[in-house]
Design a protein around this ligand. Sequence first.
Ligand code: SF4
Ligand code: SF4
Length: 411
Amino acid sequence: MTQASLGESVVQKTIHATHAQNNGVAASVTQTQPLWLLAEVTYRCPLHCAFCYNPTDYDKHTQNELTTEQWIQALRDARKLGAIQLGISGGEPLLRDDIEEIVVEARKLGYYSNLITSGVGLTEKRIQAFKEGGLDHIQLSMHDITEEINNFITNTKTFELKKKVAAMIKGHGYPMVLNVVIHRYNIGHMKEILEMADALGAEYIELANTQYYGWSLVNRSQLMPTREQVEEAERITNEFREKSGSKMKIFFVVPDYFSDRPKKCMNGWGEVFMIVTANGDVLPCHSARVLPNMKFPNVKDTDLGWSWKDSPAFNKYRGDSWMKEPCRSCDEKENDLGGCRCQTFLLTGDAEAADPVCSKSPHHHLIEQAILDARNPAIAAQPIVFRNDKNSKRIIAGELKDRVGELHALP
Ligand code: SF4
Ligand code: SF4
């Protein structure tokens, strides 16, 4: 799954929409309600994207996926808690043959459902079944306008297939919703990517600058553009937006590293997002399992309501009582709640510190160093570690720690 498929622009829109019309959920269910349920139904994937933000140790979780019945139960339980938006994601969700059943159940329960896919495995038969079953939305990831970069960054030959799938989605009357992860290899093609989206009839495109977790952190020095490239990409996007008017909504998700303040990660820990992973772990954020000394509940043996409301994991970083200085006394803390716990831990070794993206953080030099490194061709020339089972096993065995350590990404 692409990391910005739940980008903040989408989150804000969703929250506004669901507050306005909550499809029959009791009005009393208001505080810290999991509006979004993200079902990461499998970690298997035919693509091997260098920026994938699935866990680098995903290979541990490919053998014990939830069954169809367990997924359906999770959907029912989350709906009772107030969930209204369902993202069906992965890995590649279409590698499971029960997505049609899950979609039918989602419709019955009143979810607004969104399939987040690379397109591999989408056939006429399946899309027809999704349409009949009531799937609301399909979000397709695209990678570049060139076959060369598409195939390189995914380590597959999927360029032609993606174009066919885009046409199929449009042909079945779905809105064309594209997600393009932006990195050093495609940031110079911003205008052409927008023209491609326009030509495909896209109603919505998210230009999701790479954020550095999971595989993209391992490959950070290969993927990270320079500040000038990011500024130029944003300028081109704004210019295109002005010229093209409102027919295609364009979201340019600003990369954390190039901001002075962090984002309010997941719109606040345990505030609106609940993620159920392929093996049933219940998480407040996709990357949360990187944090030390945390035990996350699992739907196989724990009630989802308890997980959300009462579990120590979901309460650990709710609100701001966990904060240390400089966040604790910061007059901006309401805006970002101290940033992202996972990013902070991965870069500083202290999950309770201020996000190093923040210029007030004592660790901000780590971000400044990463930005400097992006200009260094020697660092950038390292080979990419593609997301695949073999590399996941290597990471589980501790093999690539040095590689990330050299880049100031671990303490
Ligand atoms: S490898 Fe690519 S397509 Fe597969 S889950 Fe990761 S980002 Fe998505
Ligand atoms: S010091 Fe902490 S709370 Fe204040 S702006 Fe920075 S990250 Fe946010």
